[in-house]
Design a protein. Structure first.
Length: 437
């Protein structure tokens, strides 16, 4: 992509309304723009990152055995009257009336909608387990939308659902999602810690939040210091195998949110306990028959007797993750994207557009890197060199290749690692070989 043709409205000044670093950097890097409180337009750079995160979440859901579907954003109120949540959900739910005076709502979550799909089509235990997910915009009329996309009113969520014949089978689905979450956050370059949690308006008696540690997080959390140095789950985890040991080894290591932490009964010695703040990036629930019973989602068992199915739901805050990753990955100069989610792999900077040698070297590298399938953002604008370098640092691409008149006169370009700040001079051919093999 040529920067001269890319819509990237960066800002030099720090926007005053932004209280935390990820919100400031998303605005300054031209990733998004507020439409109204807690509702944002995603501009090309932000949308690019959002899609990459979404894709990693999707791949891990598929690997764990879930089928992707897409449910609507607008749901009929009658479904929520069946579960009893239409009245319970309160002011967070955006209620709408259509032209025929029918009550509708903008979905804050989809337990009712998915239960309706399931009860329409599934009759027998033989058709279980049921495992569906979607990645869709949600609306919650939060009292205090804040911190940009971290607590929005409109936000993108991955929500998965499971239907099983009994609690034991539902536990297997829960474990699959538990492990899929460990894998997903690993791949995103985050250390997310599963913590026992309250289930709130979703309900149920078993629930874990996945929390990344960050000083700016909304939740106060406590965990054993071993959590700071644990290994990740291998990529080739066998979802059909026994996942209980992986789950058990996580749960054996203490971690709890403020609501669940009881200092008097904490099993961890004071010296080993980390007390900090965190951002909830995922939340999983087992809630048994809370929705299936009132909504009549039953299957016939082997003995022909009908029983309510056991359900769970599993959410990831996809749009929240954009902010959460920035909270975890930035420095004084701007964002430092982990390679897996970076909007472009390389920022190719022509420091002196109009200089024949610089132009030729930059265009040549751009064409060849592009042919090798590498995502490159080439700064071909007439901005000052200092401004160009500051913009590249701000938007945080993992690598920069800097082409300047002095270097080119000596046959070299500069390759800079955004994260470490290390710079290396090399010929354009060597730079090409480094990235395109
Ligand atoms: N139905 C269940 C699981 S599918 C559910 O809705 N769970 S939730 O309420 O915990 O939301 C799931 C995830 O969405 C949260 O872990 C959080 O990462 C994200 N999320 C929730 N509210 C917001 C919000 N206002 N802004 C951005 N992300 C949010």
């Amino acid at each position: 992509m040529r920067l001269s043709r890319y819509f990237l409205p960066t800002m030099k000044d720090t926007p005053r309304e932004a209280e935390i670093v990820s919100h400031r950097l998303m605005l300054r890097a031209g990733m998004m723009q507020q439409s109204s409180a807690g509702i944002y337009s995603w501009l090309p750079l932000g949308f690019n990152v959002l899609k990459r995160i979404e894709q990693i979440v999707r791949e891990e859901q598929n690997a764990a055995g879930w089928n992707e579907a897409l449910m609507p954003t607008i749901q009929p109120a009658d479904l929520w009257r069946e579960s009893g949540r239409y009245d319970d959900y309160g002011k967070e739910m955006l209620r709408i009336t259509d032209r025929h005076e029918r009550d509708m709502l903008y979905g804050p979550t989809n337990e009712e909608q998915i239960t309706d799909i399931f009860r329409t089509h599934v009759r027998s235990y033989r058709e279980l387990p049921g495992r569906l997910y979607h990645i869709q915009w949600k609306f919650r009329d939060e009292v205090r939308p804040r911190f940009g996309v971290m607590r929005g009113r409109e936000f993108l969520m991955k929500d998965a659902y499971s239907f099983d014949v009994d609690k034991e089978a539902a536990r297997l689905a829960y474990n699959r999602q538990f492990v899929a979450y460990l894998r997903t956050f690993d791949r995103l370059g985050l250390k997310a810690i599963p913590m026992a949690a309250d289930s709130g308006p979703i309900g149920g008696d078993m629930s874990h939040e996945f929390i990344i540690l960050a000083d700016t997080g909304e939740s106060e959390v406590f965990c054993h210091k071993d959590w700071l140095t644990t290994d990740s789950v291998p990529a080739d985890v066998d979802y059909d195998g026994d996942l209980q040991p992986i789950v058990d080894s996580c749960l054996a290591r203490y971690a709890a949110t403020d609501e669940k932490h009881d200092p008097a009964n904490c099993p961890v010695a004071e010296a080993d306990l980390v007390h900090t703040r965190g951002i909830e990036v995922g939340h999983i629930f087992y809630f048994g028959t809370k929705y299936s019973a009132p909504m009549g989602a039953k299957v016939a068992g082997p003995d022909g007797k009908e029983a309510d199915v056991h359900m769970g739901s599993y959410g990831v805050g996809v749009s929240r993750l954009v902010g959460a990753i920035i909270e975890a990955c930035h420095d004084d100069n701007g964002i430092v994207w982990p390679e897996q989610v970076a909007p472009f792999h390389i920022g190719l900077v022509n420091l002196k557009v109009g200089d024949a040698a610089c132009d030729a070297a930059t265009e040549d590298l751009y064409a060849k890197l592009g042919r090798a399938g590498i995502d490159v953002l080439m700064d071909d604008t007439g901005d000052r060199p200092g401004a160009k370098l500051a913009t590249m640092d701000l938007i945080g691409l993992p690598w920069q290749i800097i082409v300047g008149p002095r270097g080119i006169a000596n046959g070299v370009v500069e390759v800079k690692n955004r994260k470490t700040g290390e710079r290396e001079e090399m010929t354009p051919e060597a730079a090409l070989k480094r990235f395109a093999g």
